[in-house]
Design a binder for this molecule. Structure first.
Ligand code: 6PG
Length: 240
């Protein structure tokens, strides 16, 4: 497990933006493109804004070879304030000359949107998805992407993207499955704030199962990178 503890969200965001650029340059050098699945929610927004502000100029990063995907989406249209796509578009994607953006179509029936996204992944990757980088967050309940505790998506087999009814939210989300995330070359979870401390402790040090804390399902071959701030790391037995 690669745990990186930062003083605050600003430092965490700088580190996440640096990771993005590093991994993008590496992937573009090695394969001619960089396929990244973006996290939703609020934590990654600052890092996206930094990428646009500090690395948006041609010559710094060849954005034309960057292809943005999403880890999950709410069942809302792209201009809805709840849309993960809208957040990423406004913070980053509309501000850089990006090679392509693959939006989960939250305006469609979630099952239809999930199947369509699987087709787009298969066409892009020529088979199973293998992202160069997946960015994720976690909720206070231990969810990640839209893999919520005790939800049907946790047991999805042979699927890369599924619709996932989330009872406590009274809605259905669209989400990458754990297998689609775990084939990534690198996975980074960005966690900030005291509200996430209990979940982070359970995920990293507790013995509860992945149905209680679905972020435990995120186990890429090398082990994900955790980018956390001190407040979120506050309950860890050895936060360094
Ligand atoms: C979403 C995200 C979700 C998010 C966590 C953390 O659609 O909300 O994909 O998994 O990463 O809920 O959200 P915050 O960053 O807002 O705390």
């Amino acid at each position: 497990m690669n745990l990186h503890v930062y003083e605050d969200v600003q430092e965490l965001s700088e580190a996440a933006a640096h990771l993005f650029v590093e991994e993008a340059r590496k992937a573009i050098d090695e394969s001619g493109r960089f396929a990244v699945a973006l996290a939703g929610g609020s934590t990654p927004k600052r890092a996206y804004e930094m990428l646009a502000a500090e690395h948006g100029e041609p010559g710094d990063l060849d954005w034309s070879k960057v292809y943005a995907f999403f880890g999950d989406e709410r069942a809302v249209p792209p201009d809805d304030e709840e849309s993960n796509y809208r957040m990423a578009r406004d913070a980053l994607l509309s501000r850089v000359p990006i090679g392509g953006v693959f939006r989960m179509r939250g305006e469609l029936d979630p099952a239809e949107a999930a199947a369509l996204y699987e087709e787009e992944l298969a066409a892009f990757f020529g088979g199973p998805p293998r992202f160069d980088l997946v960015l994720l967050g976690i909720g206070e309940d231990g969810h990640t992407a839209s893999l919520f505790p005790h939800s049907s998506a946790l047991d999805a087999r042979g699927r890369w993207v599924v619709e996932n009814p989330v009872e406590k939210l009274g809605t259905t989300r669209i989400t990458l499955t754990a297998p689609a995330i775990n084939t990534a070359r690198k996975v980074a979870l960005l966690v900030a704030g005291e509200g996430k401390a209990k979940a982070l402790e359970e995920i990293l040090e507790g013995d509860a199962g992945p149905h209680d804390y679905p972020a435990k399902l995120i186990r890429p071959s090398y082990g994900p990178d955790w980018f956390v701030d001190r407040k979120a790391a506050g309950l860890l037995s050895k936060p360094e």
